[in-house]
Design a protein. Structure first.
Length: 147
């Protein structure tokens, strides 16, 4: 079953169960997919849908960071709930140790030796970790290893 079909199926289930948070998030995700398909003038691939969902999750994370200092526990709880729904459709994120191991492999493959070789490492590494690791964290790990 494609990811889009799974989202549509889960939306029907959320409607039946009257799960307001899940319903709201799934409708938002399906609308974003539909808008992207209209813009692309065709169906999106699974990778493109995953990227869209990751962007939406990233928005929620940034909102949570912005709300960290605010005294709005209701908004924080709502954003966390929405983020959890989105994360349930994303692949498991790699730990720092797993990213570090993958980075060491790529560094050895390309023969990188110092900070000026970060570009050589980041391209192949991000292609390998696409969707499973945050780019900022990967960059930080590579900088530490080459620094």
């Amino acid at each position: 079953m494609s990811l889009k079909a799974k989202l549509q199926q889960d939306l029907k289930e959320a409607l039946r169960q009257r799960d307001e948070v899940r319903k709201r998030v799934l409708r938002m995700a399906l609308t974003a997919i539909k808008n992207a398909e209209v813009e692309a003038r065709g169906e999106l691939t699974e990778d493109q849908i995953l990227t869209l969902l990751q962007k939406e999750a990233k928005k929620r994370e940034e909102t949570l960071e912005a709300l960290a200092g605010a005294d709005r526990p209701d908004l924080v709880a709502q954003e966390r709930a929405e983020l959890e729904v989105l994360r349930s459709y994303l692949p498991r994120q790699l730990s720092r140790e797993e990213i570090e191991a993958a980075a060491r492999e790529v560094i050895a493959q390309v023969g990188a030796s110092g900070p000026r070789d970060i570009g050589k490492v980041m391209g192949p590494l991000m292609a390998q970790l696409r969707g499973r690791a945050d780019g900022r964290l990967v960059n930080q790990v590579v900088r530490e290893l080459l620094g």
